[in-house]
Structure formats: structure tokens, C-alpha cells
Design a protein around this ligand. Structure first.
Ligand SMILES: [Zn+2]
Length: 456
């Protein structure tokens, strides 16, 4: 007889395969229906719903009703259990659209730019994943760290080892997390110990797709690391997978750093641009995600928008590795789908609040002001749209999966003090994103189950 799933300390949740019955959540609620744009005026847009005294009625892990508390309570069956979060703000769980779980243990490692950092830190760290036990241990820690930071969905790089994906999906499944991930494809310009081949990467990726795609809340992503570490034959193999599995997106990097862009020009002299290398191999498709895109030109941006390919904005990574400043206003104007990416370990925090703070500063230096409303939209519904998951997550529309987090306005003495002077919803959101971090996440719920609660 299998051992029962243990209740996780401080996470007191039922086993993921047993969805809870009806439940009521009460508190201030905010979620987005569309992009609120750069304005600060919270009354001027129908792009979001805000209930000062709001409620969520959840059945079998899905949102039934979200609205004013009185209406939601009236619609609930008698004796429905209630969790009261009044005094705090409930928003949909954050969506991290680009992160490397094998780099958890090299976060905050100082390199001299991307290529040096990969050689000195990332590749040796990823070598450790030859050992399945290492992959399993890091995968469990990584999933818990996501939850501690209010991230309930992520698009994740594994390593070149297929079992790195098995370990991550196993950990996600155990917690009921919605996650997308893939095995890295990498057959050149990297150490021998991390090298696959065009054929083996195709075979291994295909096996993983067949094993995991659409299983529960899990989805696969075809994951060539970047054009410099894949031969043309391997990009061809990735393109073959992309055609063979139309529902499976591609996840990679593009135009992150000037030295990297120059290297791509050397390796692919026939290409019009870095993005063009992927395009010629059939790797731009709807809901695919490319991280960074700092050095795309107008034609590239148009191609991304037209193909439905999304861009993951990773500002802490771009600053930390000295990569450059994304022109977010231009990218949004061009109609490209945008998600926020922590890009740990090049990025410096798992917290999307910290990432939004850096994003605000990077955008500001490029003459674009992200409003706090737009920032929270980017970290929730926009991220879900980037991953093609807008039917499942991203806001509290009826039928969606009840992944949500609870933000504490008094998480630190300074936050509490500054919140006391805030006049509007937009101002409070701004304080959370500029002053907040993992401490601001009081609780994280996945499919209506409490999976993380900050110890009081
Ligand atoms: Zn990355």
C-alpha cells in the first residue's frame, strides 16, 4: 500500500489529487481582464476588477464566482468553509515566464557578462544534474521557493539531462503546480559533459513530450539553449519537433548581449538577424517564449508579434549580467506578448515583485513608465497569455484554476509605515512592487489549496 502523501509543514494542504469541496475566500481582490496601460488612474479603465470587500467562491479547485463579498456569500452553499484575508490583497498567482531551476544554487555569482558567466558558473552547476538525486533535491526546493515568492506557474529550463525534467515535473505534480519545462538541447560550444547530439536531443525531447505533455497541469517546451550552442542540424531537429507537436511551444534565448549577438552573426553568416536564425528553422510559433530580446530590430519585433511569439522581460538578469536595457514601451507598442521572467540564476531574485521593481527602473531609463497596475498585469494575465494559458489561469474568471496569492501590506515595518500614507490602489501596488519581496507574500494557493503560508 502506498504511503499517504504527507502534509507539508506550514503548507497544510490536502493531497493534490483530492480537490477540496466548496470554499469561500474573503478579502480585498484585484485581477485583470486586459492591459490597463501606463496610466495610474485606477478609475479610468475597465481592464481590471477590484473589490475592496471581495469574495471568491471556489469549487473543486476552480473559481465559481469572484465579486463583491455579499454577492459571493449569497451564492455559496450553506456552511461553506470561509478563509478570511481581510486587510490583505488577493491577486492571481504570479507567472514567471523564464527561469532556470538548475541554476538555483548559483544565484548571485558574479560573472563578466553572459558568456563568461555561463562558462564559470552555469555549466559546472548544470553538470551536477548528471546525478538524478541532485535534480530531485533541487527541484523540490525550487518549487517551494516559487511558492514562497508567490509564483504559481513558471516556464522553466532543465539541463541537458532528460531526468532533470522528470525530477522537476515530479516535484510540480506532488504540489499540484502548473508548470512548463523542457530538456536543454545543446550540441556545440559547451563542455563535453553537457553535450547532446541533434539526434539524441530530438529523441529525448520526443520521449519527454510523450511522457509529460498535458499530464495534469504540466506542459512541455522544446528548449534549445540558444543558437550559439546548437548546430544547424540541432535547430532543424527542434523545428521538426515543433511541427510534429503543434501544441508544444519553443522556449529559448535571443538577443540578450552584444557579444552573444556578434557570435551568432559569425556562426550564422547567412542570417538577416539573430531572431531570423530561429525563424528559418521554424522555431517561432504561437505561445513560444524567447527571453531578453534587447537587441531586436523593427523587423524582428514585427515578426515576433505576427507569429504570436512572446518575449520574457528579465530585468534583474539584464542588469546583473550587464546585458542591456530592454525598450519595453517599444515592445508593447509593437504588439508583442510580454511576460516577466526572473531568469534565476542570471537574475537575482525569485520574487516577481523584485523583478517588477527592476523592470520599472529599466523601462524608466528607456523613457517608458510602467504603471503599477500594468506591472501586476504583466506578472499575472499577460504572463498567462504569453504561455497560452489564459483559458486556465491569470485572473479570476469563472472556471479558471484558483491559483492566487495574498499580499501583506504590513510585511515589513517600512512597508507598513509607507502604506499608511498611500491614497489609492495604484499607490499601494507601487509600494508592494518597489519595497516588497518574498516577505510580502502571506500565502500562496494552488487550485484553491493553501500550499504556502508565511510563518507569523
Ligand atoms: Zn535564461
Amino acid at each position: 500500500m502506498p504511503a499517504p502523501t504527507p502534509n507539508r509543514a506550514t503548507k497544510g494542504a490536502a493531497a493534490p489529487d483530492m480537490p477540496p469541496g466548496p470554499q469561500l475566500i474573503r478579502g480585498e481582490i484585484l485581477h485583470f481582464l486586459a492591459d490597463p496601460g501606463p496610466g495610474w488612474n485606477a478609475d479610468a479603465t475597465p481592464a481590471f476588477a477590484h473589490h475592496e470587500d471581495g469574495g471568491l467562491l471556489i469549487m473543486a479547485g476552480r473559481v465559481q464566482i469572484c465579486g463583491a463579498w455579499d454577492e459571493v456569500r449569497a451564492a455559496a452553499p450553506p456552511a461553506t468553509p470561509l478563509t478570511d484575508h481581510r486587510g490583505r490583497l488577493i491577486v492571481p498567482g504570479f507567472v514567471d515566464t523564464h527561469v532556470h531551476y538548475p541554476q538555483t544554487d548559483i544565484i548571485a555569482s558574479p560573472g563578466h557578462g553572459l558568456l563568461d558567466w555561463l562558462e564559470r558558473f552555469a555549466f559546472p552547476a548544470e553538470r551536477r544534474f548528471e546525478e538524478p538525486a541532485v535534480a530531485q533535491e533541487v527541484a523540490g526546493y525550487f518549487c517551494d521557493e516559487l511558492l514562497r515568492n508567490g509564483t504559481t506557474t513558471a516556464l522553466v529550463f532543465g539541463t541537458v539531462h532528460p531526468h532533470s525534467v522528470d525530477a522537476l515535473f515530479g516535484a510540480a505534480q506532488e504540489r499540484g503546480l502548473r508548470l512548463m519545462a523542457g530538456k536543454v538541447m545543446m550540441d556545440r560550444n559547451c563542455p563535453d559533459f553537457l553535450r547532446d547530439t541533434a539526434q539524441s536531443s530530438y529523441d529525448d525531447s520526443k520521449r519527454l513530450i510523450e511522457r509529460w505533455q498535458g499530464v495534469g497541469r504540466l506542459g512541455y517546451a522544446i528548449t534549445p539553449r540558444f543558437a550559439a550552442t546548437s548546430s544547424p542540424e540541432q535547430l532543424e531537429a527542434a523545428g521538426a519537433l515543433a511541427r510534429e507537436f503543434p501544441a508544444v511551444p519553443v522556449h529559448s534565448h535571443v538577443a540578450e548581449n552584444t557579444a552573444e549577438v556578434a557570435l551568432i552573426r559569425e556562426l550564422y553568416p547567412w542570417s538577416r538577424s539573430y531572431l531570423d536564425v530561429y525563424d528559418r528553422h521554424g522555431l517561432l510559433k504561437a505561445h513560444s517564449v524567447y527571453a531578453h530580446g534587447i537587441y531586436l530590430d523593427a523587423q524582428d519585433r514585427r515578426r515576433m508579434a505576427d507569429s504570436g511569439t512572446a518575449l520574457a522581460f528579465c530585468p534583474t538578469s539584464n542588469l546583473f549580467l550587464g546585458s542591456g536595457l530592454l525598450d519595453l514601451g517599444q515592445v508593447l507598442d509593437d504588439g508583442i506578448r510580454v511576460g516577466i521572467g526572473s531568469d534565476v540564476g542570471g537574475g537575482t531574485s525569485f520574487s516577481l515583485l523584485r523583478t517588477l521593481a527592476a523592470g520599472y527602473q529599466v523601462a524608466h531609463l528607456k523613457d517608458y513608465r510602467i504603471s503599477p497596475l500594468q506591472a501586476f498585469y504583466l506578472a499575472t494575465l499577460s504572463g498567462a497569455c504569453a504561455l497560452g494559458l489564459e483559458q486556465q489561469i491569470g485572473n479570476f474568471a469563472p472556471g479558471k484554476e484558483a491559483d492566487f496569492i495574498v499580499l501583506d501590506p504590513a510585511a515589513t515595518p517600512l512597508l507598513a509605515r509607507r502604506m499608511a500614507t498611500a491614497q489609492s490602489l495604484a499607490e499601494r501596488l507601487f509600494l508592494w512592487m518597489i519595497l516588497g519581496d518574498d516577505r510580502a507574500i502571506a500565502a500562496s494557493y494552488v487550485m484553491g489549496r493553501l500550499l504556502w503560508q508565511r510563518p507569523s
